[in-house]
Ligand binder design. Structure first.
Ligand code: DAH
Length: 367
């Protein structure tokens, strides 16, 4: 009998060992995978406690219920312990994650990289502001224009010699590039060589009194050098009203020159020629480099030409849908690139389009 008792006691001792060993190990297991591995090792189909229960047959029948009860208690206790450990691990993970994700309201902000305007656009904005004060609104037109808009409606017929003033970049006839024989579009569509066609669009869209500023990008077939680009910016102005005179034009341009270049800027008008104005004028300011005596920058004349202007030709008014007997107007056009070079004493126009940050970052302090 003592043998059977020994067998029962041996099993009970083993249950106690398995239970305490599993409980101890459980506390140090760091994750759910480890808990599951231990559960299989002890309670799985070939786990240590399961195997032990299979040996219950060796125990004398009288002792079996007691040993079986103890083993089952151990199994239940361990199952509960595994479940609790899993629960605690899950909570720990959550709070770990929260600790990492927590928003620290006291942390210093990350600096935001702020860009700045290109010097050309700063000058354009200044022009908009100055002319806004004179009552001008901004009106914009397309960069691709027909021959009609670019030239004919501006009183420049086909084959007129004045067309030589504008070296034109033609848009290809649709399909001709694909066919391997590019040729200019039959309707003479071009990248606009100046902003003057927007005058026609403004007159046809708005009703007098008209006071518009028309900034935009222009293109010409140019040999590119320090003073010429094939892509550049112009700002066009147009005023149409009753009783508008050359005196109004002079007054506005002189005020503009002072607002742009300083109160003591000297100005002068010279006769000029443009097909769309009559009379036409060139408008000069005193050389910004030498201030008068003459230097290489002003061709030793003491003057710099900054724009062309004049009274709108009656034919152009008519083409804009207005009666020249009722309305008169003046117009002017200037190159933004040249104004920008003058303002910053930049020696080469090509720098403006170079996209070179070493050049551009020098203007980060501008408005
Ligand atoms: N469109 C002229 C050019 O590109 C500039 C110009 C001259 C515009 C006289 C005007 C003007 O409005 O009246 O050279």
């Amino acid at each position: 009998m003592s043998n059977s008792t020994d067998a029962a006691e041996a099993l009970l001792a083993e249950v106690a060992r398995i239970r305490s060993e599993a409980t101890t190990r459980l506390d140090t297991i760091p994750d759910a995978t480890g808990v599951e591995a231990l559960r299989v090792e002890v309670l799985g189909r070939s786990g240590s406690l399961t195997a032990l229960l299979r040996r219950l047959g060796n125990v004398p029948p009288a002792d079996r219920p007691a040993v079986g009860r103890t083993a089952n208690e151990a199994r239940q206790e361990l199952e509960t312990a595994f479940a609790e450990r899993l629960e605690r691990l899950a909570q720990g993970e959550l709070s770990d994650r929260l600790a990492h994700e927590a928003l620290d309201m006291t942390a210093p902000g990350r600096p935001v990289r702020v860009g700045h305007l290109h010097p050309l656009m700063t000058v354009e904005r200044d022009l908009r502001e100055i002319f806004h004060a004179f009552g001008f609104e901004v009106f914009e037109g397309p960069e691709i224009e027909s021959d009609l808009m670019n030239f004919e409606l501006l009183n420049i017929p086909p084959d007129h010699p004045s067309r030589d003033l504008w070296d034109t970049l033609y848009v290809a006839e649709p399909g001709s590039v694909e066919a391997g024989s590019p040729r200019p579009a039959e309707d003479g569509t071009t990248l606009r060589p100046h902003t003057s066609p927007v005058q026609i669009r403004a007159m046809r869209t708005l009703a007098p009194p008209i006071r518009v500023l028309m900034p935009g990008r222009c293109y010409r077939y140019e040999a590119v050098d320090a003073a010429h680009g094939f892509e550049f910016f112009q700002v066009e102005g147009l005023v149409v009203d009753r009783d508008t005179s050359l005196a109004d034009l002079k007054g506005v341009l002189e005020e503009f020159a002072r607002a742009m270049f300083g109160a003591d800027t000297r100005t002068r008008f010279r006769p000029g020629y443009y097909p769309f104005t009559e009379p036409s004028a060139a408008f000069d300011i005193g050389c910004l480099v030498c201030g008068g005596p003459g230097c290489p920058a002003c061709g030793r004349t003491g003057w710099m030409t900054i724009l062309g202007a004049g009274m709108v030709h009656p034919t152009v008014l008519r083409n804009g849908g207005l009666d020249p007997d009722e309305f008169q107007g003046y117009a002017f056009g200037m190159g933004l690139d040249r104004l920008t070079l003058l303002r910053h004493a930049i020696p080469d126009l090509r720098l403006l389009m170079s996209a070179d940050l070493r050049f551009l970052e020098q203007f980060s302090g501008g408005r």
